[in-house]
Design a protein around this ligand. Sequence first.
Ligand code: MRU
Length: 356
Amino acid sequence: MKIEGKEYRTIWYDGNVVKIIDQTKLPHQFIIKELKKVQDAINAIKIMEVRGAPLIGGTAAYGIALAVKENKDPKFIKKNAEKLIKSRPTAINLKWAVDRMMEKLSGINSDKILDIALNEAKEICDEDEKFCKNIGVNGLKIIEEIFDKKKETVNILTHCNAGWLATINWGTATSPIYHAHKKGIPVHVWVDETRPRNQGANLTSYELNEEEISNTIIADNTGGILMQRGEVDMCIVGTDRTLSNGDVCNKIGTYLKALAAHDNNVPFYVALPSSTIDWNIKDAKEIPIEERNSEELSHVEGIDENNQLKKVLIYPKKSKAINLAFDVTPAKYVTGLITERGISEASSEGLKRLFN
Ligand code: MRU
């Protein structure tokens, strides 16, 4: 999608290095960063220069290619594959991408190994872009139906950033919105600010602005009253891990939004590529929930009057805080899963029907 009118993907290989958009600096600074070694990819995932489940997967895939470039010793590659998998715990795409890369490279001793690794990483990214585009085509039908009935702007609420910046392109939750906008359907997006890291305000609103899609940032607690007032036609969110029974793990606060949607009969959709489905874990309690530094809560970052990035403390110095990054929305609150293969009900039967 576009930034200042120029088309980008979130990650690409160019002149022997991997390039990413540093998302810790958005929306105030647009910086393209180079990843030269596997450790750079691990750091980029850890400190969230790249984030969002599909993009974490794409970066991990390129991370393996960078490991191969540094040292073809299988022990070195394996050790770094393990480090990559541990760099963030919740998004299943990370392990999925590393496993796929390792399988592709297994038993290859020839000089071609680097080309094979780079091709596979690109293939993972190309596939994600294609899948996210299809999510848009499938999800568009839901927005069209609402518009056909309402004949007025469709108001969509989203949480966190499940936009193109979280994927390779298009986004998951935003892809149906981009498709609707391109088709001329009037859409307006309620963007949850998404404390503590503000991915909604900093990234979702930013990317919607760049595509000239009408949007309004709201505090995370505002969605409920908007739903009670009939000002939300549907919710669409992304996911970091969806279980085969349809339970959905996503950014902290998603569950509360789903409860409010349920209470107000607002359809609550989750958009995902199949790489985000965890077919192994059967119980949501087993999903590793990332706990991040509480400084993300106690401090806020922004630009001052001189355009300088600044971080300030907003809590009492002695207060403790806990920063759980994800929660799980039980399948019963999910109206449907929008995938690259179509829309399924959030249940084992629904997912099996689509993915056999
Ligand atoms: O902590 P983040 O910013 O990586 O969390 C991102 C989300 O929760 C997204 O909703 C999810 O990864 C889906 S991205 C298409």
